[in-house]
Structures are given as C-alpha cells and as structure tokens.
Design a protein around this ligand. Structure first.
Ligand SMILES: Cc1cc2nc3c(=O)[nH]c(=O)nc-3n(C[C@H](O)[C@H](O)[C@H](O)COP(=O)(O)OP(=O)(O)OC[C@H]3O[C@@H](n4cnc5c(N)ncnc54)[C@H](O)[C@@H]3O)c2cc1C
Length: 615
C-alpha cells in the first residue's frame, strides 16, 4: 500500500536523523511531488540542503514553508538564518522585524539577530583581502595587457611616432582648476539621496529620467557636492573618523570617491550593512566639506550584471534602465552620481578636503583602499618587484563588436597566440614595452555625437582612415538618449598644440572659430574629418576634450602598499590603467572589485558558529 504523506514525512525525518541524506531527500521530494507547498517537507529539505552547504537551494524551500505556515516559529528562524548565510543582511533584518511583529517568542530570534551585528569581523575580512591581493599581480597583467595588445595592433603607427622615454604621469594630477566654480552655481530643489533615487525609479520616461539626472549633476545638487559633515563642525580627518567609526564593527577608509571608490564603498555597505563603517575621502575639493562636481561625460560600456550582486535594488533598477543589450551605457559622471546617491542612502560617510592629512588615520581603521586613480603620492610600495620583467600574454582575439572603422582590416595579432612585453619600472609602477618601444599614444576625444549621425560619419571616416586615426564608438544607451564617441589619434606635435589650447571640453565649433591656427597644426585628414563633423552638427552638441595620453602602467606590488605605516590596497586605476578604446579600464576594474568583495564576504563567514539543522 502506498505510504501516506505523514508516513513519508516520518520516514524522511528518521532517515535525515540517521544521516541518510540521499534517502531523506528522496522521501521529502516524493511528498513535494504530491503537495508542492507542503510546509514540513519544504522546510526539512531546506535544512538538509543547508547542512551540505547548498544554502542557495535551501532559501526558496524555507520561503515556501514560511509562506505556507507562518505560525511556525522555526520556519522563520530557518529562513532568516539562510538569508544571513547568503549575506542578504538587509532582507534578514526586514524578516527579523516581521518576526517580532507577529508575536513569536522574542528570545528565540535574539541569537540570530546578534549575528547581524556579530561584533568585529575585521581580522577575517582583512585576511581575505590580503589573500586576494597575493594573487592580484597575474590578474592585473592579464587585464591590463588587453589594452597594450590593442595599441600594438591598431595604433602602432602612433606609438612609433613617439619618443620612447618614460614620461611621468603628471597629467593625472588635479591642478585645482575646476571648470565650474561652485560658488556660481544654483543648487537644485532639495531632496535627500533616497528621495532622488525613488523619484528616478518612479519616472517612466527614459528621456525625462536622464534629463533629471543631468539636471542634478549640473545644478550641483547638495547630495553630490556636500560631504557628510557639512555644517557639523567637523573640520579634520580625526573628527571625521570619530564620527564614523566604532569599536564594534569593521572600519574602512576608501581614499578617492571616483567610480571605483564609490562602487567599492557602496557594495561594502550593501553587503555588510551595519557591520561595516565606511568613510570615503576625496581631495577634489576647494572648499572644506564640499567636492567639485562630477564632470566626465565619458560613455561607458559596463555589463549590468556587474551591479547585480553588490547593489541595493533601488540602485539596480535605475542603473539598468538606460542601456541596451545588457549594458549600462551611461557616462561616468552619471554613474558616479547614482553611486554617490546610493552610498549616502545606505549610510556611507564622506569627507572632502583639499588637505587630507593621512598621517591622521587612526588605529580604529581596519582596512584602507586606495581608489585615487594612482594619485596617492604619500603611499609607497615595496621594491620587491623593482626589476625589469618580461611577460608573455595571450594575444587573444580582441572583441571587435564595438571597434571603430577600418581597424577591422588591420589586425596584426589576431593570428598570434601570445605576445611578449617587457615591463620596465619607474617609481612604484611598471610600464609596458614591446619590441623595445613604449606602449604610449596620444589621442583626443569628441563627445556628444548624436546617434543618428553615427552611421553616416562612420562611412565618411572610412575614406580618411587608412592609418587608424579615427575610432568611432556607437554607445550602448537606449535609442532616445544614445550618443556616439570619437577618439582621434594624434601625432606628438598635434597633441602638443591641442594641449596648449584646450584646457577643458569646448564645443567643436568654438575650436575652429576661435583657433584658426588649427589649419597649420593638424594633419589634413584630421582637419577634413573635423569639418565633416562640424557640418553635420546642426544642434552644436559635439565637444572636443582636452587631449590625453594612453600611457599604461601596472602596479606589480599591490600587496605591499603602505601609507604612514598602515597597509593600503589599491583598486581601479591605482592598480593599472586601461585603454579607453579597449574598455579594459573601468570594465576590468569592476570585475576585480567584484572578486575582492566576494572574497571579503566569504572571509566574513568563516569560523561562524552555526547551529546544526533544526527539524
Ligand atoms: C583621459 C581618459 C579618458 C578615459 N575615457 C574613458 C571613457 O570614455 N570611458 C570609460 O569607461 N573609461 C574611460 N577612461 C577610464 C576611466 O576613466 C577610469 O578607468 C576610471 O575613471 C578609473 O576609476 P578610479 O575610480 O580608479 O579613478 P578616478 O575615476 O580617477 O577617481 C579617483 C578619485 O580619487 C580622487 N583623488 C585623487 N587623488 C586623491 C588623493 N590624493 N586623496 C584623495 N582623493 C584623491 C579624485 O578626486 C577622484 O575622485 C578614461 C581614462 C582617462 C585617463
């Protein structure tokens, strides 16, 4: 005779208690075949899965059990326990509140709640970070080398035209000459960070959403320019730390509030919640407690899934709605804006000052990250990797989906398995050379290319592009807000000339109008192309930026950084810089930060004293 459901359950529990997990699972599943929402079978199968470290599979089972029979205290406890094990702390906190409000025994939840604030988790997380950095050198070289291969493939002509000496990266130093004077700006209507994110989520029109974001950027919304201590008499770093840190939780400092620093700070706060205090420091500031606006209107190409595991839902839904084909697509300054709002919403603290005294970093600080884009001059790295080293990297096929015109016909390395580079030391960094030539080119960027002009311009450029001067990128924003981006490779003298006249982005039309001498200083094909651009730019939207150099470096001693004796871990451009044409800058940085976060979470979970299955 076929056993009844209560009999099957009893047999399952017996097998489970006796450690016959395969048999127990079979019995629980046979119940679920009959009654998919059976509370005990779901719950016990969840307990079984948890015991073999398959908490992800257990979670939905616990959820069904709880939804089917919320009166059972144990179902709440198991579900909340699984949420905590999966580091879903925000959700766990919400469930704890619900549990309390449903009149269950408050004493039972206390030990679980304590795990949401388990006291210091610092040492385990610090070990995890240190371990991660032990393996970072190889990863950095692999990621950074994609940009070197790209340059040696497409832009070799421009590399050969350069002086092979090592130039210092002094262009990276901010000179304090911000392009907009903060004092002269009107500040937008005030909402707090959470309200702005809500407002963005509620707006259904993509165009209006995007316009609203730009409006708050250019109106210098106080959520973006003020730090967390403005008007609170917090005048130095010592006080900012006192206001941020405590002795119970993990205390982290992120130096540099650009894209990578903000992404890291926001993700840590999301993953660790109240267990981590995060203080972001930035020196791009002319007035204490205030930072300069985010102004880099540079399109990005970042997959949306980078943000899935590490961002709160309200941020994910805004970030994911502007792009197409799984990409975010928004410019860096829009991304920084959203990350900053989310950081503030989650309780990350900011301190902005032109004169940051890093010697004041106190002993409460557990971890320091350098996210300054390689500008933390006070930080030093050990000389263990100071020698010149040769590296062989896979010259894997470059993803050409977004490559610019003509370059498709001129790809020397697609047939090659590997490529040899020599990394030469200079200061704390190493610079790549190939065939004794430094990887080093100059270019200038034109932004604001209207989407409808991209295809016709690609065609026009092809006729002028036999030596890969122009690179047109089509953007990956939704049609109604999309735009293109152009890089123009420059010879040394063109670069020097344009650097003298363009300090900040200017309208392309202004360039030709105000500087007629360009005709004598730029090559004919560049001039011809600029003329084509200007003739098609009816709405006067295109801007030309200050020229820059792709002067790649890699930090080979990333595990040895010291700032006034304290260990510092570099992220983003402090680790290596990518080639903006190749997309191996920000894209690669966020992947590595994602791996780092994963290790931190795993580290925080080790040695946890978990109770055995309850059934
Ligand atoms: C010229 C150029 C063009 C690029 N174009 C593109 C593009 O079109 N698309 C794209 O996706 N990527 C582009 N990139 C790459 C991209 O900008 C970087 O990968 C990205 O900005 C790196 O982020 P980060 O947070 O590491 O550094 P950054 O974004 O540079 O942020 C560093 C932050 O640290 C702060 N800081 C600096 N020094 C200190 C200090 N001593 N103390 C405290 N704070 C400090 C700065 O104020 C800043 O806020 C480009 C890069 C360059 C150089």
């Amino acid at each position: 005779m076929k056993p009844t459901i209560p009999q099957l359950l009893q047999q399952g529990i017996t097998a489970h208690r006796e450690g016959q997990l395969v048999e127990a699972e079979r019995l629980y599943r046979s119940i679920l075949e009959e009654q998919i929402k059976h509370p005990d079978a779901n719950h016990n199968l969840g307990v079984l899965k948890t015991s073999v470290n398959k908490v992800e599979s257990a979670l939905p089972l616990f959820k069904i059990a709880l939804e089917s029979k919320p009166s059972v205290e144990q179902f709440w406890l198991s579900y909340i326990d699984a949420l905590i094990r999966l580091s879903m702390f925000n959700e766990a906190e919400m469930e704890v509140e619900k549990y309390k409000s449903t009149g269950h025994n408050p004493n039972k939840i206390e030990p679980i709640e304590a795990r949401l604030k388990p006291g210091k988790i610092d040492q385990r997380v610090i070990f995890a970070v240190e371990d991660f950095y032990k393996g970072i050198q190889k990863k950095s070289i692999l990621e950074a080398s994609r940009g070197w291969i790209f340059t040696d493939s497409f832009d070799r002509h421009f590399m050969e035209c350069r002086n092979p000496g090592i130039a210092p990266v002094n262009e990276k130093l901010w000179d304090g000459e911000a392009r907009t004077a903060l004092e002269n700006q009107k500040v937008s209507e005030q909402f707090d960070a959470a309200e702005i994110i809500d407002k963005l989520n509620q707006e259904t029109s993509i165009t209006k959403k995007y316009e609203y974001l730009k409006k708050i950027i250019y109106a210098n919304d106080l959520n973006l320019v003020n730090d967390s201590f403005k008007g609170k008499n917090v005048g130095d770093l010592l006080q900012a730390q006192e206001e941020t840190f405590d002795s119970e939780n993990l205390n982290l400092v992120v130096i540099g509030g650009g894209v990578c620093g903000l992404f890291l700070a926001n993700s840590i706060k999301f993953l660790f919640g109240a267990r981590a205090n995060v203080l972001v420091l930035d020196n791009r500031s002319r007035k204490l407690n205030t930072r300069e606006p985010f102004e880099r209107e540079w399109l990005t190409q970042l997959p949306t899934h980078y943000f899935e595991s590490y961002s709160p839902e309200n941020l994910r839904s805004v970030i994911g709605c502007f792009g197409v084909n799984g990409y975010i697509g928004i410019p860096i300054n829009v991304l920084e804006t959203l990350l900053m709002l989310s950081c503030k919403d989650q309780g990350v603290k900011f301190y902005f000052s032109r004169n940051l005294q890093f010697s004041d970093l106190n002993n409460d600080v557990d971890l320091i990250f350098d996210a300054t884009g390689g500008r933390l001059v006070e930080c030093s790295y050990s000389s263990s990797a100071s020698a010149e080293i040769g590296v062989r990297v896979p010259a894997r096929a470059i993803d050409l989906r977004y490559a610019g015109v003509n370059q498709l016909y001129n790809i020397p390395h697609l047939e090659t398995d590997s490529l040899d580079f020599v990394l030469k030391p200079h200061g704390d960094l190493h610079y790549p050379f190939v065939r004794n030539m430094k990887i080093y080119t100059h270019m200038v960027k034109i932004t604001g290319l209207p989407a409808n002009l991209i295809n016709p311009l690609v065609k026009s450029a092809e006729e002028l592009n036999s030596s890969n001067v122009f690179y047109i990128w089509t953007g990956c924003l939704r049609e109604e807000i999309n735009e293109g981006l152009i890089f123009i490779n420059l010879l040394g003298e063109e670069y020097e000339f344009l650097t003298l006249i363009i300090k900040n982005p200017i309208k392309l039309k202004t360039l030709t109008k105000n500087y007629p001498e360009i005709t004598e200083n730029l090559n004919k094909n560049v001039l011809d192309f600029i003329t084509i651009l200007i003739n098609s730019d009816q709405d006067n939207r295109m801007k030309i930026e200050r020229p820059f150099s792709y002067d790649p470096y890699v930090n080979l001693s990333a595990d040895s950084g010291r700032l006034y004796g304290k260990q510092v871990f570099p992220v983003g451009d402090s680790l290596f810089c990518g080639n903006p044409k190749m997309g191996n800058g920000l894209g690669s940085h966020l992947v590595l930060i994602g791996e780092l976060l994963q290790r931190m979470v795993e580290g925080s979970q080790t040695e946890r004293n978990m109770d055995g299955p309850n059934y």
